[in-house]
Design a protein around this ligand. Structure first.
Ligand code: AMP
Ligand code: MG
Length: 406
């Protein structure tokens, strides 16, 4: 067996960021910026009002109060998207809507709630019932982004809000690392898909849907390469085709010591593979290498093993391909809410657990269910993997490192 960190070094050493391409903003979600974006414009581009109300001169409201309102003629209305027809004069008010530009001559906005309007001699007059300071409710130009300043650099993940800022700057496309195309193949004669009754010996393919979903969720393009029989020719044909169209391939099953582990046979022939026995549980066997230049992750078949293996090896690799500077999930240190038992076997165990903050904000951790590598429901109920070093586990109250799964 080799230590986890040694196995991870072997895998990550063969992984590079994908080429930089220009993509439309609408296709960039979840990708990582590969350029420095400087603000070509200020945001907001002009001083505008944060409130519906009246643009005024603050000095004109001196002494205004509930009992002694100041009356000002309303000389114009400025809607969002419009501009004032003229300069605001002393002793005047203009009705103004949120987002509309502040008229020249005005230095503050009084919100509509502090006013009452009335017709006086056929002209509209506003009665303002409070003083307001200069600049009141005015959002100055460049208050969010100053024109000319760099705002995002290479490595910035394109989150919804980041895409919003880019859109406010008028950007239609951005330079990013290409979205990785990751193919997923299930192998096994025992596997079937769908609701039809199982024949003796059959189970349903659960790895492929889980792995495809994990890939989609992390912003990769997940390519379903289907379920393959344990047949050397079938597996070779699909792996060759996959190497052509994918940036990486994930297989599950067929890499252990069984008589029908043909993924192992094919990859040994076509690829420069590393067959590893990693000192972890679950997910001890791992095949990784380059097949016809394409990285291949040969994950174990047991459902929990394949997902844990994905977390420890495939996810950080794919994040590296995407150009993420931070490739790892977060860890927290949590207090065991119950004993977390294991047996000594020379491996680090990754137990499926639930972590939550207690009333004092301290993390707590408890088992998420059965810990067999076939017991996928505990993985489904887990939001973390407790990292238990070799030994017999921990007692209630012990400090445990937990890898967060979300
Ligand atoms: P293998 O690595 O092919 O020897 O498979 C190990 C175990 O995982 C066996 O019990 C398989 O039936 C099971 N298994 C393999 N692939 C899948 C899959 N795609 N979905 C669910 N179970 C699987
Ligand atoms: Mg198999």
């Amino acid at each position: 067996m080799i230590p986890l960190e040694e196995a991870r070094r072997r895998v990550f050493g063969d992984i590079e960021a994908l080429p930089i391409v220009e993509v439309p903003l609408a296709e960039a979600r979840g990708l990582v910026l590969a350029e420095t974006v400087a603000a070509a414009e200020a945001i907001p581009p002009f001083a505008n009002t944060a409130m519906d109300g009246f643009a005024i001169r603050s000095a004109d409201l001196d002494g205004a109060s509930e009992s002694t309102p100041v009356a000002l003629p309303v000389v114009a209305t400025v809607a969002a998207g419009a501009v004032a027809p003229r300069r605001l004069g002393a002793g005047e008010a203009m009705r103004i809507m949120t987002g509309a530009p502040i008229p020249d001559g005005a230095d503050a906005v009084v919100m509509v709630e502090l006013t009452e309007t009335a017709e006086v001699d056929g002209a509209e007059t506003v009665h303002v019932k409070a003083e307001v300071p200069e600049g009141n409710h005015i959002r100055p130009a460049g208050d969010d982004v100053v024109e000319g300043t760099p705002i995002f650099g290479p490595g910035t993940p394109l989150t919804p809000a980041t895409l919003g800022v880019l859109a406010s700057l008028g950007r239609e496309s951005v330079q990013v690392h290409r979205r990785p195309r990751i193919g997923v193949i299930s192998t096994g004669d025992e596997l079937v898909v769908g609701p039809r009754a199982l024949k003796p010996g059959q189970i349903r393919d659960s790895n492929r849907p889980s792995l495809l979903a994990l890939l989609e969720e992390m912003g990769a393009e997940a390519i379903d390469l289907g379920l393959k029989r344990d047949d050397e020719r079938v597996i070779e044909t699909s792996l060759r085709a996959a190497a052509e169209r994918c940036d990486a391939i994930i297989t599950s099953g067929g890499v252990s010591m069984g008589d029908f582990d043909f993924v192992k046979a094919v990859l040994s022939r076509l690829g420069e593979m590393n067959w590893m026995q990693v000192a972890i549980k679950p997910a001890k066997p791992l095949a990784f290498g380059l097949m016809l230049g394409t990285p291949v992750f040969g994950l174990p078949g047991n459902p929990v093993s394949s997902l844990v293996s994905f977390e420890l090896f495939a996810r950080p690799s794919i994040r590296r391909m995407m150009g993420h500077p931070e490739t790892e999930r977060r860890h927290v240190v949590a207090l065991a809410d119950e004993p977390l038992r294991r047996s000594a076997d020379g491996k680090v165990h990754f137990q499926r657990v639930r972590v939550w903050p207690d009333a004092d904000g301290a993390w707590r951790v408890a088992s998420a269910g059965g810990q067999g590598s076939h017991q996928l429901t505990a993985m489904a109920n887990a939001n973390g993997l407790a990292v238990l070093p070799d030994g017999d586990g921990v007692d209630t109250g012990a400090r445990v490192r937990v890898l967060l799964l979300s």
